[in-house]
Ligand binder design. Structure first.
Ligand SMILES: Cc1cc2nc3c(=O)[nH]c(=O)nc-3n(C[C@H](O)[C@H](O)[C@H](O)COP(=O)(O)OP(=O)(O)OC[C@H]3O[C@@H](n4cnc5c(N)ncnc54)[C@H](O)[C@@H]3O)c2cc1C
Length: 500
């Protein structure tokens, strides 16, 4: 079959791109079995930001986004995000996904860094599940979308450097080629390289390295957002439960073991930027989220599904002190794209968390990422429809040798908590150097894709001698104008600094 596009990944970015491209042509989606549940989309708890309140507009949303990005946002990309935000959420409002205050007004939540209440969310609080299910159901019943169970292991690149699809390892371990006019990487971020993470264990940045090996540029890898309130329990990588910021928007407090509010001196209290709250929580020996001062019935009515997840872990959302710690949550860094999701490799696009559109800069504004995935996936589809008229078929020879020296699970086990300890919320130069040496030693032994990405992240964190957004260094605790730009990595040019 000749495909208009191969989409790699079935989170919101992949599904939204596939549905938009399928209006005109056939699409193949490749993802592991149950892939729509094995990524960040399914886990999203807050919702989607859109300036729909009477006291709000896109220019306010834009201002908040740019402010949070700490000097590194691409203004044009943010402007596009704002201009297309209302159109992007309209079909979901029509489909009845979001909680409504009355039949014509959605309920708007408040999250950190937003100057207005503007977070659309599903009833019960687990918005990602509702969105993922909605998009997945539309895609599986679409006659022009074909699902392939498997992992993309290598992109198919011709002698001129153009991408024609991917080699896929199927669930039965065979290797097959899927070729297409366009390839859309939508494989999610890399926050699961850290042991304490809100992400699914598959979010280890495979897509970034597929693109890098094909000639694309990666940038801003040192910027990883740490969420301040992950339920702190001894759990395996990828199983920790996030306690959404919407709880703080609802009035929850962060307290130390003496019951004192951790954020009491900040003008925005618990709704200060995520970077600031994460550092404050990190510096406490123990920190707790509490809703004890609020009415239990209102809490259960608003966050019923989250309360159930907590109850399964023997916590009562309304009555218990909930132990929290910061954990890696969202990757601002990714594959560099233009405003139509194009990477530097012709025929290769990137959407969602794997991409770096420039919207988030050094620090993402909460609930802007689902919106970004929707807006830029649609633009990718438009670009493909207008500009790509190549046949989907491309002759391939025998599959290349694809085996890595060890499984992801083994590499992650060897990596342990190096990223948390040495490249965490507060970065110490001695620990970073030690961490880089550890990673290099592991890489020497295994030369695995995951370790190559860790090394690029470590090098970026060491090179950026300042603190900005999510990247905080003990030895350079302030921002420095000379670092107002991006660290960009590619196979052909190595690592470069590019002024913003
Ligand atoms: C706990 C949590 C809560 C969040 N809450 C919010 C929120 O409220 N609002 C908001 O805007 N953002 C939120 N985020 C961030 C947001 O959910 C993500 O940025 C967004 O869902 C990313 O979507 P995606 O489609 O790019 O990637 P994902 O949803 O991560 O999907 C990636 C897909 O790629 C597949 N995949 C990975 N590697 C391969 C490969 N090699 N081959 C084939 N398939 C592959 C995966 O299985 C998956 O199907 C949250 C994130 C987390 C973890």
């Amino acid at each position: 079959m000749s495909y208009r596009a191969l989409v790699i990944g079935e989170g919101i970015a992949g599904l939204a791109a596939a549905l938009a491209i399928a209006r005109e042509g056939c699409v193949s989606i490749c993802a592991p079995s149950n892939g729509w549940r094995r990524g960040s989309t399914y886990r999203a708890q807050g919702g989607i930001a859109a300036a729909l309140g009477e006291d709000d507009d896109e220019s306010r949303h834009l201002k908040d986004t740019i402010l949070m990005a700490r000097g590194l946002a691409n203004r044009e990309a943010v402007q596009i995000l704002m201009e297309e935000s209302h159109k992007a959420v309209a079909p979901m409002l029509e489909a009845g996904i979001f909680e409504m205050t009355n039949p014509s007004h959605p309920t708007l939540g408040r999250e950190a860094g937003h100057s207005r209440s503007r977070i659309l969310h599903a009833p019960g609080g687990l918005t990602g599940r509702a969105l993922a299910r909605h998009f997945y159901q539309m895609a599986v019943s679409h006659p022009r979308i074909h699902f392939v169970e498997g992992f993309s292991e290598k992109l198919i690149i011709d002698d001129q450097g153009r991408c024609h699809g991917s080699w896929i390892r199927t669930s039965s371990s065979d290797v097959m080629a899927i070729t297409a006019s366009a390839t859309v990487l939508a494989s999610g971020g890399y926050a699961a390289l850290w042991q304490m993470t809100s992400n699914h264990p598959f979010s280890v940045g495979h897509g970034l390295m597929l693109a890098y090996d094909a000639g694309a540029e990666l940038s801003d890898l040192e910027f990883v957002q740490f969420h301040p309130t992950i339920l702190s329990q001894d759990e395996p990588r990828g199983e920790a439960l996030l306690l959404t910021e919407a709880l703080r928007g609802f009035g929850a407090h962060l307290v130390n073991p003496h019951g004192e509010r951790i954020m009491k001196d900040h003008p925005l209290k618990e709704l200060a930027g995520r970077d600031e709250v994460a550092r404050a929580v990190y510096e406490e020996s123990e920190a707790y989220l509490t809703l004890r001062h609020l009415t239990p019935e209102r809490i259960y009515a608003h966050f019923g599904q989250l309360a159930e997840l907590l109850s399964a872990r023997h916590f009562d959302l309304a009555r218990d002190l909930l132990p929290v710690a910061p954990g890696a949550h969202f990757a601002m860094g990714g594959v560099c794209t233009d405003s139509f999701g194009q990477t530097r490799v012709p025929g290769l696009y990137a959407a969602g968390e794997v991409a770096n559109t420039g919207v988030h800069g050094a620090n993402r504004l909460a609930s802007n990422s689902l919106l970004e995935a929707l807006v830029f996936s649609k633009r990718i589809a438009e670009h493909i429809q207008k500009n790509l008229h190549l046949p989907g078929d491309f002759p391939t020879t025998d599959p290349p040798l694809l085996h890595e020296t060890a499984s992801d699970a083994e590499i992650l086990q060897r990596l342990g908590n190096i990223m948390d300890k040495d490249f965490g919320v507060i970065r110490d130069p001695h620990l970073m150097n030690q961490g880089l040496r550890h990673i290099e030693a592991l890489q020497y032994r295994y030369n695995h894709r995951i370790l190559r990405l860790c090394r690029l992240i470590a090098q970026s964190a060491l090179l950026r001698e300042e603190s900005r957004g999510a990247h905080f260094r003990l030895d350079f605790p302030a921002s420095d104008v000379k670092w107002a730009g991006h660290l960009v990595h590619s196979l052909s040019m190595g690592s470069q600094f590019r002024p913003a």
